[in-house]
Design a protein around this ligand. Structure first.
Ligand SMILES: Cc1cc2nc3c(=O)[nH]c(=O)nc-3n(C[C@H](O)[C@H](O)[C@H](O)COP(=O)(O)O)c2cc1C
Length: 196
């Protein structure tokens, strides 16, 4: 396979696309769509988001030191895009997209009721990288739609209809190709999983 050498670019794909909620000091909420977001630590659970200084949401997140990461779904794809092209300086994105702000459990920023998973975060530090500032945050609570939890308490995230972002497009997830460790799984495990 021959390859061309291209200049450095943000080509890591696919990436998550999330709707981050934030609020000003008077409690007025806003939503910003972000693709530069990722898990960065397991214990304690931490994630990062990278935001340009010129975004309306930047100041809100900086001042409050709190935000909520709301996972996006097929149903929320249109709103996800809208919240990534319109500014909270001009429009109320909750109202325009008919989304419901709901009280979070650990942070003073509302979550989006229509999103199946809401991750409540408190900022630990901010790193200036260049075009973006990276907010390193600790996950304080995770809100899970009860419709995704079975009678044994297991979460079925595959039912949420999550989407990702790849090369300028929103993509739905297709069928799973394997599971963690399937390349080395014992025959017994494979049979047990098939029966499920
Ligand atoms: C798919 C997508 C991904 C985006 N990712 C980022 C990002 O990671 N960081 C960022 O600062 N802006 C990102 N944006 C742009 C902001 O969402 C956009 O400028 C938004 O209108 C800012 O809203 P605000 O002014 O209300 O804060 C993204 C937009 C889209 C559509």
């Amino acid at each position: 396979m021959s390859k061309q050498i291209w200049k450095p670019a943000t080509i890591l794909n696919p990436v998550p696309v999330v709707m981050v909620t934030c609020a000003d000091m008077d409690g007025k909420p806003n939503i910003i769509t972000l693709a530069w977001a990722g898990t960065i630590n397991s214990e304690p659970p931490m994630l990062s988001i990278s935001v340009r200084k010129e975004r309306y949401s930047y100041q809100l997140i900086k001042e409050k030191g709190q935000f909520v990461v709301n996972l996006t779904t097929r149903k929320l794809a249109f709103a996800t895009d809208y919240c990534g092209v319109k500014s909270g300086r001009e429009v109320n994105k909750f109202e325009m997209m008919k989304l419901t702000p709901e009280k979070a459990s650990k942070v003073d920023v509302p979550l989006i009721k229509e999103s199946p998973i809401n991750i409540e975060c408190i900022v630990q530090s901010v790193i200036q990288l260049g075009s973006h500032d990276m907010f390193i945050a600790r996950i304080e609570a995770v809100n899970v739609d009860e419709g995704l939890i079975d009678e044994k308490g297991k979460m079925h995230l595959e039912k949420a209809g999550l989407i990702c972002y790849s090369h300028g497009e929103y993509w739905g997830l297709e069928k799973p190709l394997g599971y963690f460790g399937y390349s080395v799984a014992k025959k017994k495990t494979v049979t047990r999983r098939k029966k499920k």
